[in-house]
Design a protein around this ligand. Structure first.
Ligand code: 3PG
Length: 392
């Protein structure tokens, strides 16, 4: 980005890909604006340099073209409020509104056009051509949506091939931090993984096991591991087709599982709950959080760690009775960080949990804006949105 700012961007169109994919509640109120805040420095730097800034971003995964519930309108408004300067929302597929130097326009949800996410290169390319035509061939492209650089999509990948392209400050800083983890992290290096499905995390677990000292598993996915150890898991989430994979991963001797769990008789904040050892999960009950003894086990390992990466909540933290596992683990990481450890929180959900549970954001060394993107980076996958910039 600095290279671009060193050039004269006064009066030049700059197309920016940001990741503004934020959670909204049923009233379409933004519940966590971390990604919007993280996107502002690049947008502001370009606007202050006099560029005509046109932002491309997505919200959710719309499948049927434009739909109000996927509109970026609340995001444009929040972005404007946070910048204290209006951000106009422009319809997709229309000419841009008139813009002056320093103006910021946000294009409506880029995924309203199905060609954005098409697997067909020609379809995506045709859409990228239309996006480029909005701003002209002399425009520059800044890739700043780290959370989406693992997607080979028109606004991330194909546009970069067509314009003078740069990495934004957010992409650069995220890649630099995550390289610390894939390089030679200070030991012990522990990873904490949560979230619901083992199948989503299998690749990252396989990739991380050789380099970590311990991999702590909580969240819904721990029950498939517990089943692989021979425990009954009652009505907890279980991916039966992954039990053999879990057994094989457990052979590494590096996976640490909960010793107790909070079980409930319904998926509800007012369900009946009990804390039971992992040997004692009864039929009809599902585990919705790790228990206090597990928090102690995980906490003592984490407080002694020098490097830690955490992705995925330990339980259904959105409901108070099942939030303590996530809170306890996050607090242990904060304590480790205060004692000098290097800590990275990866992923939309875990970053949102940090903020929702009122933990100090500056208690961690880095909170990544990328969920899938940070995991794929740690897996050693080539991220198309980064590779395309390196090819330039
Ligand atoms: C994310 O939320 O991880 C990014 O915004 C990417 O969204 P996607 O998984 O729908 O591509």
């Amino acid at each position: 980005l600095d290279d671009l700012l060193d050039e004269d961007v006064q009066g030049r169109y700059v197309l920016v890909r940001s990741d503004l994919n934020v959670p909204l509640d049923d009233d379409r109120t933004i519940t966590d604006d971390g990604r919007i805040k993280a996107s502002i420095p690049t947008i502001t730097a370009l606007a202050e340099a006099g560029a005509l800034v046109v932002i491309m971003a997505h919200l959710g995964r719309p499948k049927n073209g434009p739909e109000d519930k996927y509109s970026l309108a609340p995001v444009a408004e929040r972005l404007g409020d946070l910048r204290a300067a209006p951000v106009r929302l422009a319809e997709l597929g229309k000419e841009l509104p008139n813009m002056a130097a320093g103006d910021v326009v946000l294009l409506e949800n880029i995924r309203f056009d199905p060609r954005e996410t098409s697997k067909d290169d020609a379809e995506r390319g045709a859409f990228a051509d239309e996006l480029v035509a909005l701003v002209g061939d002399d425009a520059a492209f800044v890739s700043d949506g780290f959370g989406v650089v693992h997607r080979e999509q028109a606004s991330v990948y194909d546009v970069a091939q067509r314009l003078d392209s740069y990495a934004g400050g957010l992409v650069l800083s995220e890649v630099e931090v995550l390289r610390t983890l894939t390089g030679s992290p200070e030991r012990p290096y522990n990873v904490v993984l949560g979230g619901s499905k083992v199948s989503d995390k299998l690749a990252v677990i396989e990739a991380l096991l050789p380099s970590v000292d311990q991999l702590l598993v909580g969240g819904g996915m721990c029950f498939t591991f517990l089943a692989a150890q021979g425990h009954g898991v009652g009505s907890s989430l279980l991916e039966a087709d992954q039990v053999d994979n879990c057994r094989r991963l457990l052979d590494s001797g590096k996976i640490v599982l909960p010793v107790d769990v909070v079980v409930a008789d319904a998926f509800s904040a007012d369900a009946n709950t009990r804390t039971v050892p992992v040997e004692g999960i009864e039929d009809g009950w599902s585990g919705l959080d790790i228990g206090p003894d597990s928090v102690s086990v995980f906490g003592s390992l984490l407080r002694a760690t020098k490097t830690v990466f955490w992705n995925g909540p330990m339980g259904v933290f959105e409901m108070a009775p099942f939030a303590e596992g996530t809170r306890g683990v996050a607090q242990a990481i904060v304590d480790a960080t205060a004692a000098g450890a290097f800590s990275v929180v990866g992923g939309g959900d875990s970053a949102a949990a940090v903020r929702a549970l009122g933990l100090p954001e500056d208690g961690f060394s880095h909170i990544s804006t990328g969920g899938g993107a940070s995991l794929e980076f740690l897996e050693g996958e080539t991220l198309p949105g980064v590779a395309v910039l390196e090819e330039q």
